[in-house]
Design a protein around this ligand. Structure first.
Ligand code: NAD
Length: 346
């Protein structure tokens, strides 16, 4: 891809702190000369407010066209209301792999030198939404039921993705996280497939180990350095990715990529943070790191690496940090410090 050619991409600023961190990210990308040609769309609560739909057709059409998106967090009503737009997008574009790296950027914290990558299956498991209540004796919610589904094909696809990713990035091993001792079918098929694929296709190319999810959660806080790349099913991946974000300074530092065969959507792991929305204090780093992953994805790792380096130096050399990282800077001030550094480095 030539440096001059604009790359069409959908931009969804999102809800809550979404518009604030998106604006910050756009300023930094512009300073870096990132080649994206943005098509701005709305979804989530902003979609409902503007046109009565959490996932407007124009937004879907745009992603079908560009096959590439940067997305701010989208609000999902708890309990009732519309289905998660994030889950709908992952289904619509078959974004089966959710890649969530966690790397220490600020040294000297409780956990130093963390460099983990979690690969989460994104389309199956307990997030398929096959749920219902059974009413008994006038209580409409007397029984709650949920059906999880993992398919052989889906398991093969995600474990191959994890092994290939680990090899491509020069990693040492992949740990399969499961609960096959209890959910023998639902997560048993995942473990069984991972063992098989490793033995048949990857045996001499990458290390392999297995761990039960509850033990994994404990080991991650006792000795996270024992892990490298983790691959797991949808719900476990959702929970463990927040846990590994906690090892590197919290959700403000955790980016994610949702990758399928025909589209890729990049986002922060965190949500819309309604408690701090509109206050100008949100940490925009997670979305910026997601944008760096997006640059890697389009073959512009040169700009992605420059963005990561700028964030690193602004935090550690200039010591400009937002409140969640113990600093005093607002979103705008932190962004201005990044842009200043980019301009100074030419
Ligand atoms: P959240 O991630 O929005 O917030 C959790 C805590 O972390 C809050 O205290 C918040 O202030 C803080 N936080 C999050 N991001 C921050 C940042 N960038 N800088 C500083 N502090 C930050 O989780 P929640 O409150 O459970 O969810 C709020 C809404 O977001 C819900 O509607 C939920 O469904 C949605 N959500 C969306 C996504 C997504 O779009 N991918 C992911 C998770 C949650």
């Amino acid at each position: 891809m030539s440096a001059q050619q604009p790359v069409p991409a959908t931009l969804i600023p999102g809800d809550g702190i979404g518009p604030e961190i998106t604006e910050a990210t756009l300023q930094v990308l512009a300073a870096l000369g990132a080649p994206f040609a943005w098509d701005r769309q709305i979804a989530g609560a902003a979609g409902v407010a503007a046109c009565g739909e959490p996932l407007p057709k124009a937004c879907l059409d745009s992603i079908h066209r560009t096959q590439l998106a940067l997305k701010g967090p989208l609000e999902t009503p708890v309990g009732g209301g519309y289905r998660s737009v994030n889950v709908q997008l992952r289904e619509e574009f078959k974004l089966y792999a959710n890649l969530r790296p966690a790397r220490t950027i600020i040294p000297g914290g409780r956990f130093d030198n963390i460099d983990l990558v979690l690969v989460r299956e994104n389309n199956e498991g307990l997030y398929m939404g096959y749920e219902h209540f059974i009413p008994i004796d006038g209580d409409p919610h007397a029984v709650g039921m949920s059906t999880g589904i993992n398919t052989r094909q889906g398991c093969r696809r995600i474990v191959r993705f994890a092994f290939d990713y680990a090899i491509r990035k020069g990693r040492k091993k992949v740990t399969v996280v499961h609960k096959a001792n209890i959910m023998k079918a639902l997560t048993g098929i995942f473990l069984e497939t991972a063992r098989q694929i490793h033995a048949d296709e990857y045996k001499d190319r990458i290390g392999f180990e297995e761990v039960i999810v509850d033990a994994c959660a404990m080991k991650l806080v006792m000795n996270p350095w024992q892990f490298d790349v983790l691959v797991t099913t949808n719900l476990f991946g959702d929970i463990l990715s927040d846990e590994i974000a906690g090892l590197v300074g919290g959700l403000g530092m955790a980016p994610g990529a949702n990758i399928g065969e025909h589209a890729a959507i990049f986002e922060a792991v965190h949500g819309s943070a309604p408690d701090i929305a509109g206050k100008g204090i949100a940490n925009p780093i997670a979305l910026m790191l997601a944008a760096a992953m997006m640059l890697d994805h389009i073959g512009r790792a040169d700009i992605g690496n420059r963005l990561r380096k700028t964030i690193d130096e602004t935090l550690n050399v200039d010591k400009v940090r937002t409140g969640d990282l113990g600093g005093q800077a607002g979103t705008g001030e932190f962004t201005a410090a990044l842009v200043k550094r980019i301009q100074a480095s030419g």
